[in-house]
Design a protein. Structure first.
Lengths: 849, 99
């Protein structure tokens, strides 16, 4: 065996990663309010610990992958370096690299009818990558929240919920079986409800939280049904071949690729049900409507929810059970399937919707919907790796964009998110936020060489390569639209003339609500307004009339500085009043780190620079070559001793053609019968060509330039032909209204489905209730009353009472009759005694004689 | 023959005792009558023991004497208390237990 440290503590104990924030949640809930920082330190510490653990796991996974590929004699950084050299050799030699066995551990949770439900971990490249992503981004978001939600009325609960939220995602990422995956999935659903409705005093927020919860619930039904279908399909195969239940991800994957599932309807319906779950969770058409409304939550929540957790859950589900979808939808051999269809529609409609939004967070929300569409498109078209890579890069730049939007609202536009009313020209006032926004925005648009370029371009490339030509063009069109709406949002926020709060105007909450109410006449809840924190409300009352009060207020805040240095920054912020200014450090540092990652994350799989840059593919994508079952068993035994988990193919097998035939590509283990158990399909990768990249860059560039020109003409120069076009030109107006009403999907759901379906059902139910059930109940009551009356009169009064009274009377008369006997005279008692004794003696004599 | 005499004496004593218990009004005399009854019974025990040549009856008689002593002790104590409370030991006046 080569490379002793192929497994290692961090990989074996990766299950600790979700456990730590899970425990932290309880600590915060129970004692958080009594801690010096109101529980936020517990959340931060747990996320920091989880980040450390996941970085350790990431490092050891890289070691393990290298060791499996046969790198010897080096350790530490040298091993990493040698990885470059080896991958060149591998690509030149054309030899496939061996499958790296995931590290699977399982503990029984509960047992029922002979089926074990386990909790455990399934650590492979995908899981390790997402563990790192989720913990790292959660940590940054929590740091950001320290400043952003400071002074909030439910500060402690916010940190508790957001910590549990990350824990839920981590549980799901690690999931060894479907039951555990559902557990994590539901924890996230619950926490998203808590966090979106964080400011539930405002009814719109509470409604948004309910909407998110119920919409995702529709998908949850699909998840449960799909899991059940797959369990009954896979259980027998899984028990026979792997000794695991049909819930285990390994078992389901193996079964789906084993050929026994083949073209079976079971697999197809299981996949459809699971994909419905993914549609709801990942905000795909037609269940995307909850995502923009989810902006009602605090900005850090939106940021976390939209980057690495929650919405990625659906994409993760598809990526995790990829063999199921691969076989069920016959991905490699057709040019249209359920997944790409949904994803294609999603990309286009979400990008168009982003153009009519005035709320900066809603623009980002629709952009998330669109980017998730890209991921789904990639998965549906057989581009597994680019899709997963896009999860990775998208998380950084989308998180950065949301945090920037939060920063703008926190310090620039006075808690408003309305780009048209309260922003504009903020680039000069908030240079760091603006810079980070533009880097992340360019990454989103897919500008070379930022993160989004590599991942999005790879998806588009591979979608075309795998024969989904129509969808490649849709994706390119989507890229054009993405670039355009990003520019529109950037322009409205950071360039042009300052407007509203950005220009230093005051407007109170009441005004804002009034405006929101006016606007919401045709598009409800379009503008989110975060509640002004308590202390700032006070500040408003003070500083509204005269400027001198502002200074006084600033002094007042200085006295708070004793509470902590960061608070001093906030005091200064309030002292500035509503004048736009740069945000404090606690907000800027996470943003800057994320912006850095938005620049460099793409280089982890920069196909454009050559094969040796494909680190992401090397470490995340499961390898296609099988390993011998014998080697596996041996290694498995050793793994249990904690020594070694390395699987290596026999050396000659790779060289001989025959060996290659016995082990079909895309498989995990070779079993003695000469066949192989597969855990991952052999996906095809498109070659990178500059011509295709330039084509997509041309689309992006066209989008950027067109949008910039139109924005300048429309918003700054007030070009007469463009301004008010939607009012004058009938088709344009119709299109605008169609978009502004979100394709009437909400109306469809609320008016047609809820009113049209639920209300008749409710009415019918009411009728049944009034006439049938009430009738039955009333009749039963009447019969009961009649019977009761009869029973009262006859049985109770006569029989029962009669018996009681009779016994009383008898006792009474007997007592009266016997009363004289108890004379109280001792002599009489004595006489009775002896009389009785005499009678007894006489009786005795008579009996004996 | 001899035994019959003992039994006749026992019966006479028993009858006198019963008469005393029923007819006497004085508590002390009633107690004494009870003693008479007990001794009549004792006499019977001893007589039958003689008749059957068995010592069990005599043992039982001794046992009854012991119990009778205790009974008289308790009885006289009660009479004494009654006397202290009422300055009288007439049983006719002790009819509070009347039903």
């Amino acid at each position: 065996m080569v490379g002793a440290a192929t497994s290692g503590w961090f990989l074996e104990n990766a299950w600790l990663i979700p456990v730590i924030p899970g425990l932290a949640f309880f600590v915060i809930i129970l004692v958080g309010k009594r801690l010096p920082m109101k529980g936020s330190e517990v959340g931060l510490a747990s996320m920091a610990a989880a980040t450390v653990l996941s970085v350790g796991a990431l490092y050891q996974w890289i070691q393990r992958t290298d060791a499996a590929a046969g790198v010897e004699g080096e350790s530490g950084p040298l091993r990493l370096l040698s990885g470059f050299a080896r991958s060149i050799a591998a690509s030149e030699g054309g030899a496939a690299e061996p499958f790296v066995e995931p590290i699977i551990r399982q503990w029984t949770w509960w047992q029922n009818a002979g089926i074990e439900f386990g909790l455990g971990q399934h650590i492979d490249g995908l899981a390790v990558m997402l563990l790192f992503l989720v913990t790292f981004i959660s940590l940054l978001v929590q740091v950001y929240s320290l400043e952003y939600v400071r002074g909030d009325r439910r500060y402690t609960h916010f940190f508790a919920a957001i910590t549990l939220f990350s824990a839920g995602m981590l549980v799901m990422v690690l999931a060894e079986n479907m039951v555990q995956l559902i557990l994590g999935w539901e924890i996230m659903g619950l926490c998203s409800f808590l966090l979106i409705g964080h400011w539930w005093e405002d009814e719109a927020n509470a409604r948004a939280a309910l909407k998110a919860f119920f919409t995702v619930r529709i998908g949850d039904v699909g998840l449960l049904v799909g899991t059940a279908i797959l369990f009954f399909g896979a259980n027998a195969w899984s028990q026979d071949n792997l000794g695991t239940s049909g819930f285990s991800i390994e078992g389901i994957s193996g079964w789906a690729l084993s050929g026994e599932a083949g073209s079976s309807q079971v697999l197809l319906w299981g996949a459809v049900a699971l994909f419905i779950a993914a549609i709801a969770k990942s905000g795909q058409f037609p269940l995307h409507t909850w995502l923009p409304d989810a902006m009602a939550g605090p900005t850090p929540v939106s940021s976390l929810l939209h980057s690495s957790t929650m919405v990625v859950g659906g994409v993760f589900l598809v990526a995790r059970l990829y063999p199921v979808f691969w076989t069920a939808f016959d991905i490699p051999d057709v040019s249209l399937n359920f997944i790409v269809l949904i994803a294609g529609i999603t990309i286009v409609i979400s990008a168009l919707l982003a153009f009519v939004q005035n709320d900066i967070k809603k623009v980002l929300a629709y952009s998330t919907v669109g980017q998730l569409g890209y991921m789904m498109l990639g998965l549906g078209a057989g581009a597994w790796l680019p899709a997963v890579f896009h999860i990775f890069t998208h998380a950084f730049f989308k998180c950065a964009l949301f945090l920037c939007a939060g920063s703008v609202s926190h310090s620039g536009s006075h808690h408003s998110f309305d780009m048209k009313k309260d922003m504009g020209g903020l680039a000069k006032k908030m240079p760091i936020t603006a810079g980070a926004w533009m880097i992340a925005g360019a990454a989103l648009a897919g500008v070379f060489p930022l993160a989004g370029f590599f991942s999005k371009d790879e998806i588009i490339d591979n979608v075309g390569h795998n024969g989904y030509t129509v969808f490649m063009w849709i994706a390119l069109g989507g890229a054009f639209l993405t670039a355009a709406y990003t520019v529109r949002a950037t322009y409205l926020t950071f360039f042009g003339e300052p407007r509203g709060a950005a220009a230093g105007e005051h407007h109170t909450m009441e005004e804002a609500h009034l405006e929101a109410a006016l606007v919401s006449h045709d598009a409800p809840h379009d503008i989110q307004q975060e509640p002004i924190l308590e202390e700032e409300k006070v500040a408003h009352g003070l500083e509204a009339p005269v400027p001198q009060d502002v200074v006084a207020h600033g002094v007042g805040h200085d006295s708070h500085d004793a509470h902590g240095g960061a608070h001093g920054a906030h005091g200064a912020h309030s002292a500035h009043g509503s004048e736009p200014h740069e945000s404090p450090k606690l907000i800027l540092i996470p943003i800057c780190i994320l912006a850095l990652f938005s620049i460099f994350a793409g280089f982890t799989n920069a196909l454009a620079f050559g094969e040796e840059w494909e680190k992401f593919k090397e470490y995340v994508e499961p390898r296609p070559e099988a390993v011998e079952l014998a080697a596996l068993d041996e290694a498995g035994a050793e793994t249990e001793e904690g020594a070694n988990g390395l699987r290596l193919p026999q050396a000659e097998e790779g060289d001989e053609g025959a060996g290659g035939e016995e082990a079909p590509t895309g498989c995990g283990r070779t079993v003695p019968g000469g066949s192989a158990d597969c855990y991952f399909p052999a996906v095809d990768h498109a070659e990178f060509t500059w011509s295709k990249a330039l084509l997509s860059l041309a689309f992006v560039g066209a989008g950027l330039v067109t949008s910039w020109v139109v924005c300048v003409a429309l918003y700054t120069k007030r070009n007469r032909r463009l301004v008010g076009l939607t009012d004058r030109f009938r088709p344009a107006r119709a299109g605008y209204l169609f978009l502004a009403n979100k394709y009437y999907l909400d109306d469809l759901y609320e008016k047609v489905i809820v009113h049209g379906l639920a209300h008749p059902i409710a009415r019918a139910g009411y009728w049944v209730n009034q006439h049938v059930i009430d009738g039955i109940v009333n009749a039963a009551a009447r019969v009961g009353r009649l019977f009761g009356g009869w029973a009262y009169r006859n049985i109770d009064q006569r029989v029962v009472d009669g018996a009681v009274n009779a016994s009383g009377t008898v006792a009474n008369s007997t007592g009266t009759a016997l009363r004289p006997v108890q004379s109280g005279k001792v002599n009489q008692y004595g006489a009775l005694l002896f009389g009785a004794a005499a009678v007894a003696a006489v009786v005795l004599v008579i009996i004996n004689v | 023959m001899l035994t019959v005499n003992f039994l006749l004496l026992g019966a006479v004593l028993f009858s006198i005792g019963v008469f005393g218990v029923i007819a006497r009004r004085n508590a002390v005399l009633v107690l004494m009558s009870v003693e008479l009854i007990l001794n009549a019974v004792n006499l019977n025990f001893v007589a039958f023991a003689l008749l059957h040549g068995n010592v069990d009856g005599q043992v039982f008689a001794l046992y009854v004497i012991a119990v009778a002593a205790a009974e008289v002790g308790v009885g006289l104590a009660m009479v004494l208390l009654v006397y202290r409370n009422r300055r009288s030991i007439s049983l006719d006046e002790l009819s509070e237990m009347s039903g």
